[in-house]
Write a protein that binds this ligand. Structure first.
Ligand code: ADP
Length: 168
C-alpha cells in the first residue's frame, strides 16, 4: 500500500522552513499532500488560491508532493484522503507544547492516524510565517526567509494590503 502523509498548515506565506519539512517528508512517504487549512478566524495575507499557486511552485521539484485546500476538521479530511500520517514541523522551542496538545486531541479523534514530527534545519529554526509577514509589511528584505518562487506572491499581497489600508 502506498504511504500517504498529510502536511497541514496555514502557509501564509510558505517559507524555507515549510519547504524543508516538505522535502524531508517527501523522502519518508510515497506521497505527501500539503493541505492548506482555510477555517482560520484570521484574515490571511495571501488568499488560499495564491497559497496553492505559491506552494505548487515551491514544490515543483518534488514529484510526490501535491497541494490541496481543506476546511473543517483535519482528522476528517485525513480519513477522507485515506492517509494514516500527519506531518508537522518542529522548531527551536515554543512549538512542542502546542503540537503535543494538538496531537493528543487528534489521536483521540482518530486513534489510527499517527502524528509525525520532523525537525527543521538549524537555519530555519526561528523562522515563521508571522515573522515573514511582519518584515514584508514593513518593507524589509525577506529573500532569505522565503523561496524565490514565493517572493512575487508575498510582494503583491503586501502591495494590496498597503493599498487597502491607505483607502481605509
Ligand atoms: P499552523 O498555523 O498550522 O501552525 P503554519 O503554516 O504556521 O501552520 O505551519 C505549518 C507547519 O509547518 C507546522 O507544523 C509548523 O510547525 C511548521 N513550520 C512552520 N515554520 C517552520 C519552520 N521554520 N521550520 C520547520 N517547520 C515549520
Amino acid at each position: 500500500m502506498r504511504k500517504l502523509a498529510i502536511y497541514p498548515g496555514t502557509f501564509d506565506p510558505p517559507t524555507f522552513g515549510h519547504l524543508d519539512i516538505a522535502e524531508r517528508a517527501s523522502v519518508l512517504f510515497d506521497e505527501v499532500v500539503i493541505a492548506i487549512g482555510v477555517n482560520s478566524a484570521k484574515t490571511p495575507l495571501l488568499s488560499s488560491a495564491e497559497r496553492v499557486d505559491a506552494l505548487e511552485a515551491m514544490v515543483a521539484h518534488l514529484p510526490n508532493v501535491r497541494v490541496e485546500v481543506f476546511g473543517g476538521l483535519l482528522m476528517d479530511y485525513t480519513v477522507k484522503m485515506g492517509a494514516r500520517s500527519i506531518v508537522r514541523g518542529l522548531r527551536a522551542v515554543g512549538d512542542f507544547e502546542y503540537e503535543f496538545q494538538i496531537a493528543m486531541v487528534n489521536r483521540r479523534l482518530q486513534p489510527q492516524v499517527e502524528s509525525v514530527f520532523l525537525m527543521t534545519k538549524w537555519d530555519y529554526s526561528y523562522l515563521s510565517s508571522t515573522i515573514v509577514k511582519e518584515v514584508a509589511l514593513l518593507g524589509g528584505d525577506i529573500t532569505e526567509m522565503v523561496p524565490e518562487v514565493v517572493l512575487p506572491f508575498v510582494h503583491s499581497a503586501v502591495e494590496r494590503t498597503h493599498i487597502r489600508r491607505a483607502l481605509g
